[in-house]
Design a protein around this ligand. Structure first.
Ligand code: MSP
Length: 509
């Protein structure tokens, strides 16, 4: 398969973007960059979810027009993602005209085919989740488990879309592909939800209560339910019905998200797609939640909120990207300014950054800014080069959202081994003895050759600094075209010019 379409959730704009939003969009970016380096043409979307009751409430409180308020909020998300070097191809806003049109087309089509029915319903609605909750989804005090607020009882006439008739198909589909959902535990969680009959999905809201949404094309007293609208961004982005390339991207879509929204994505969404005559998604990649140090939820009152912009101001964007990548697998993980700074110092400043600067500065002085020849390669050199190439290849072959922390660990091990090799080889001593000049050249060449492989495989994770490191070694950083990167010993061109050498990660006291 030579195309890949990666999506993040689109984020609610009722507040400012936070570390969790930055996390998912950075992870999508990293997966996109790896995918391009595998030679796969990759499309990547992120964006903002701008309709619904929750956002209506903040628009009303803001005293601004909806358009002005939403544009300013969406800009905050876009600005943060730009600062985070998120190389999205599409930044969707659900208030975009093209998206609205598609949502209305899908609604009209389902309605015309008798798949949408009007009825009265009483349920417990959590505005935070923008979802009706079943008793089993509430805690012992009857509160939403995510928002710890009591849902509101609502009786309303609305439009509904039947899910139960698709339940068995959904179960079979989920069981039929072991690689569909990672980590596997989330597939089990969803299959657990599917042991009970599925209630009809309420896909409308009366305008008397929610005016801020996409009007139903067949009843102007109602707007679309925000999740029905939001999920469709994944297909409106690539122009379903309007774009000949639709299948090219849709055939291989990966949805990434945190564990909070798997029900909407893995139960409602494939059923909506099936009803609309479209294939279900190819992959779901789920991560956990960032929580404060000690495992507490981040909150302003506890003062443990980590502001991504502050981290970037203090330590640079790659300190943030690196911490997020190393620390988060499928489960919850802890974050604080102190933890980020400590990891920055240990891994980036003292290990990777220090290795880069000691080797590059040394070599630059000795060889007039050129990559030396390698006349005497020993078995130990060859073994080191092969180990680095093999490790980098292995990372490229197995990289996935859930395995990213393992990739970082392998990279750190490579850096450790290079540091040790360099210490053992003692090139500063060889430099003083002309009779071992050939050996001296070779030690330096091998270090540079290995370093360029390390920085190429680090590039998707920390593109800004790895890019600078590659330039310093005289190697072009991966561009933004899909190009398969090969890792093999000896690919660094002898005699080529080194670039400017910067201290990649100055140590923070
Ligand atoms: N608008 C819906 C999604 C619609 S997608 C068709 C929504 N928005 S949200 O603003 O609440 O974003 C939820 C997503 O933000 C999570 O799934 C995750 O990707 C990210 N995160 C929000 N808080 C997070 C953490 N504390 N930690 C990690 N990621 C988190 O749900």
């Amino acid at each position: 398969m030579n195309s890949k379409y990666i999506t993040t959730p689109i984020y609610y704009v009722n507040g400012s973007p936070h570390i969790g939003h930055a996390h998912t969009s950075i992870m999508g970016d990293i997966l996109k960059r790896f995918s391009m380096m595998q030679g796969v043409s990759t499309l990547y979307s992120t964006g903002t979810d701008e309709h619904g009751q929750k956002i209506q409430q903040v628009i009303e409180q803001s005293g601004q027009s909806a358009d002005d308020f939403l544009a300013a909020q969406a800009k905050q998300f876009r600005d943060l993602f730009d600062r985070c070097n998120v190389s999205y191809d599409i930044f969707v806003r659900t208030t975009d005209a093209g998206h609205k049109k598609l949502v209305q087309e899908v609604l009209q089509d389902l309605y015309d085919r008798g798949l949408i029915r009007k009825k009265e319903y009483t349920g417990l609605y959590c505005v935070g989740c923008e979802q009706f909750k079943t008793e089993g989804e509430l805690d012992e005090q009857g509160r939403c488990k995510d928002h710890l607020t009591l849902p509101q009882k609502q009786t309303e006439t609305n439009y509904f879309f039947g899910l139960e008739e698709h339940r068995q198909w959904l179960i079979d589909w989920l069981k039929g592909d072991d690689n569909l959902i990672q980590p596997e535990s989330y597939r089990r969680e969803i299959l657990g939800m599917l042991t009970e009959p599925l209630e009809d999905l309420c896909i409308s809201r009366p305008k008397s209560r929610v005016w801020h949404g996409i009007e139903l094309p067949f009843d102007s007293d109602f707007v679309s339910y925000v999740w029905f609208d939001a999920l469709l961004n994944y297909v409106s982005n690539i122009g379903v019905g309007h774009n000949r390339n639709f299948d090219y991207w849709w055939n291989n879509v990966t949805h990434i998200m945190a564990k909070d929204i798997i029900k909407t994505h893995i139960i409602y969404w494939p059923i909506m797609l099936k009803a609309a005559g479209l294939k279900p998604p190819k992959q779901y990649r789920i991560h956990g939640y960032w929580v404060g140090e000690g495992g507490q939820k981040m909150s302003k009152s506890l003062g443990n909120v980590v502001d991504p912009n502050e981290v970037i101001d203090h330590l640079g964007v790659d300190a943030l990207r690196y911490y997020l990548t190393k620390g988060m697998g499928g489960n919850d993980a802890q974050i604080s300014k102190d933890l980020i700074e400590a990891t920055y110092n240990t891994d980036l400043a003292n290990n990777i950054g220090n290795l880069h600067s000691r080797v590059l500065k040394f070599v630059e002085k000795r060889f007039d800014g050129k990559v030396p020849d390698a006349p005497v390669i020993t078995d130990a050199d060859r073994e080191l080069q092969q180990y680095v190439a093999e490790t980098a290849r292995q990372i490229m072959d197995t990289v996935d959202l859930v395995t990213l922390p393992d990739a970082v660990k392998s990279i750190l091990q490579m850096a450790d081994r290079l540091n040790t090799h360099y210490n053992d080889a003692e090139p500063w001593k060889l430099a003083k003895d002309d009779s071992v000049r050939d050996r001296f050249l070779s030690v330096c060449y091998v270090m540079l050759d290995c370093l360029q492989m390390v920085f190429r495989v680090l590039y998707p994770i920390i593109p800004e600094t790895a890019g600078k490191a590659l330039v310093s070694i005289g190697v072009a950083a991966p561009g933004n075209r899909p190009e398969k990167v090969e890792f093999a010993p000896g690919t660094l061109q002898q005699g080529s010019s080194l670039g400017p050498i910067e201290n990649l990660f100055p140590r923070i006291q």
